[in-house]
Every structure is written in C-alpha cells, then in structure tokens.
Design a protein around this ligand. Structure first.
Ligand SMILES: *Cc1c(COP(=O)(O)O)cnc(C)c1O
Length: 402
C-alpha cells in the first residue's frame, strides 16, 4: 500500500509575506502603535472585518486572549456563570476561569454539536453569557441557540477558532453572536504560528476590548470608527497587553485571499473521505446540519459497534502501523479536548453523553493541500484497519432468534 501522507506539514506562507516581513525588519517597525496610521495590524483588522462582514475587528495574541477579552468586554461580574460546551479545547474553560467567571458545561451529542435539550435545561436567568465552540468547524444549531439566548437577553460569544470559512444559513460563523473569536495558530485555517482576532458589531464591546488589549494612553485613537466610546473608558479599565505584533499581521494578510481555496479544497477532501468511510457499517461521519456549509481541515467520525476500548486501541494500532495517525479524543492521554482532563476547574461534572462520544470519536487532520490520491490512501488505510479488527467492513446481518 502507498505511503500515507504527512498531515502535519503546513502550507508555505505566500511569497508576499516575505517582502513585507523584510520591510518590517529593516525598519524595525514591529509595534502596532508606532506608525501614525496603516500599521499592518490595523490593515489586517480592516481587511478581516470586511472579509467577514463585521463592523469591527481587534487583532490580539491568540484566540484564547480574544475569548478572555470578550468576557471582560461584556463586563460580567466576578463569579458570573458562563455556559460552555463539554466538548471544546481546554482554552475555553481556561479563558472563563481567567476572566473570574465560572464555567457551566453543556452536553455535546454524537454529532459533535451542542445537545439542545441539555442546553435549554441549563440556560436559566443565572447564566450571564454563553460561549459556543464550533468545534473542528462543526456548527451547532445557531438559530435555536440565538433564539433561546435572545429571549433571556444573554450574550453569545462564538469560539470560531477553527471555523474560519464556515457558513450558517448564508452568515459567516463568528458574526452571528455578539462577538466572534478566531485563531491564527498553525493548525487553523490561517497560519501565523500564533495570533487571534475578535469581531463584533457592538461599538461598546470593541471599545472596551481595544483598551484592555493594551491600547494604553491614547493609542485607541488609531482604531477607526468608535472614537466617541473610548473617552469614557480611558483609565477605567485594566490593560492586559494581548496585542498582536506587526510581524504576525504581515504573515496573516496575504493568507486571507487563500481562504476561499482552502475552504473549497478542504471541503472536497473531507466530503470525499467521508463518503469512503461511510461505506463501512462500523464508521459514521455525521452529516452537516441543514444550512451549514463547512470549512473542514480535519475529519471526525464515530466508531460504531466497538464494544470495548481495547477494540478501539487495536484499530488505532492498525492505522498507526499503516502510517495514519488517528486519535480517539477520550483515549489519548491528557487530551486537551476531554473535559475530565480540565482538572484546573476543581469540580468537574460528569457528562455521560459527551463522555460516550469522546470514547468513540476519531480525529484526524486533513489539510486542504492533500491530493485526492493522498486522501484515498488515508481512506484505504482506515478501512483496511477496520476490516483487520472487525473481520469485515460490514456488520453481519441480524439473524432470527439472536
Ligand atoms: C485552537 C482553538 C482555540 C485556541 O486558540 P489559540 O489561538 O491557540 O488560543 C480555542 N478554541 C478552539 C475550538 C480551538 O480549536
């Protein structure tokens, strides 16, 4: 069987970044607030806001910083309860703790999306904000979530760290809630090594976030559009200094025009592999929700009829022996997406449905740069490994009397 492709290598950064980085290095102009105007970070904010169709954007050091600043910008009281999904990256409960709030975990279903019955049961007047993680690009039912939150006037923050390019009923993910947060860490749709950005249409929220991100003294004057809101907040908010450097912006800006291609190719790779894997009765790739158009750079699927963890481990050993690094969220040690590993929370509630999903959900990177032939190798390896463990790609038919 041909060698399985490397799914970790990044795409090269577009050549245009090199000239801009050289210019910045030669001038030494790395701090976003040195230039009177048009600093690369400011240009990125304008371009990103236009790209998504938001009024405002604020570039920061990471998506975690964006989530933290979002909670602080909403002016939540100390100890406020914030609903978050039980399946997300550890950065999300961490941001909540960092903001002096208390995370309340929601069950996530077999389809990697928020369990709406559990969400509605936990959404009471004691909840101050909701963070929805579009985990690995899987979008929860945003219509239902926004309607329930609007009824109680609860702000929604979208953690769209890994969902740039996903669209929900014609609207860009990240622009549906009060605030949307994105990551530029290397494994996301745009790679700057590190970096994040938040978008919002709310002038009050952006003013507060800009100041707290580290626009000390009157540096907020270099942010267009919300001047009137700032004077009120000057010196009244702490400065957390989570700014982005001009170097990061120089790497990010030329990747914006690449997003459409990455989305198109990533979706084609994902949907092709999903079709191949769904050919086995032992595998289920959950379909998108109606109205969701995805931008995947990875694939997740459930193992069906794997009764023991050892059987799952045997499958992972089989794929690994064939060069494909498949992970099961709940079986890899210290996985940052398994809620029981968030021990910094102290009391961790049990979430039986989320736990069951995590124990059988496979995860694999599937970068947009992969060719169809490479995706086919991955598909063949996984099916081969399933057949090796289960004896057949198909379940035996049920017999009468059994
Ligand atoms: C990557 C990721 C984050 C954190 O992003 P950073 O920029 O590394 O802080 C948060 N949430 C989700 C869903 C992510 O995938």
């Amino acid at each position: 069987m041909p060698i399985a492709p490397n799914v970790y290598d990044a795409e090269p950064i577009p050549d245009a970044a090199l000239a801009e980085v050289t210019r910045l290095l030669q001038s030494g102009d790395l701090f976003r607030y040195t230039a009177p105007q048009n600093a690369p970070v400011s240009l990125l904010e304008a371009e990103f806001a236009a790209f998504l169709g938001s009024r405002f954007a604020l570039a920061v050091s990471s998506c975690s910083a964006a989530l933290f600043l979002s909670l602080r910008a909403l002016d939540l009281p100390r100890g406020a309860r914030v609903l978050i999904p039980g399946f997300t990256f550890a950065a999300v409960p961490s941001a909540v703790v960092h903001a002096d709030c208390v995370p309340v975990l929601i069950e996530v279903g077999q389809n990697f999306r928020i369990d709406l019955a559990d969400f509605n049961a936990r959404l009471d007047d004691d909840i101050a904000a909701v963070i929805i993680s579009h985990m690995r690009g899987h979008t929860s039912d945003m219509d239902a979530i926004m309607a329930a939150c609007a009824q109680r006037d609860i702000p929604v923050i979208e953690d769209a760290a890994h969902s740039l390019g996903t669209v929900w009923k014609g609207r860009n993910i990240g622009t549906i809630g009060r605030i949307g947060c994105f990551s530029f860490q290397s494994y996301k749709m745009i790679n700057a090594g590190e970096g994040g950005i938040l978008v919002t249409d709310d002038a009050e929220v952006i003013a507060r976030a800009i100041i707290m991100s580290g626009a000390y003294e009157h540096n907020w004057r270099k942010h267009p559009g919300v001047q009137a809101n700032f004077a009120e907040w000057q010196n009244r908010l702490p400065l957390y200094n989570m700014r982005m450097s001009n170097l990061s912006a120089a790497l990010i800006r030329p990747q914006l025009p690449e997003v459409a291609r990455r989305v198109r190719d990533g979706r084609a790779n994902h949907d092709h592999l999903a079709g191949v894997l769904n050919g086995s009765d032992w595998i289920e790739v959950p379909p998108p929700l109606p109205g969701e158009s995805r931008a995947p750079d990875s694939i997740q699927f459930n193992l069906l009829g794997f009764d023991t963890d050892d059987e799952v481990r045997a499958l992972l050993a089989q794929t690994a022996a064939r060069g494909v690094a498949l992970q099961v969220f709940g079986l890899s040690q210290d996985n940052a997406r398994a809620f029981w590993n968030w021990r910094f929370l102290g009391d961790i509630p049990d979430l039986p449905a989320t736990r069951a999903m995590l124990m059988r959900a496979c995860d694999m990177r599937l970068p947009a740069r992969l060719t169809r032939a490479e995706v086919d190798v991955i598909g063949a390896v996984i099916l081969d490994a399933v057949a090796a463990v289960k004896g057949d790609l198909h379940r035996p038919p049920l017999r009468f009397g059994t």
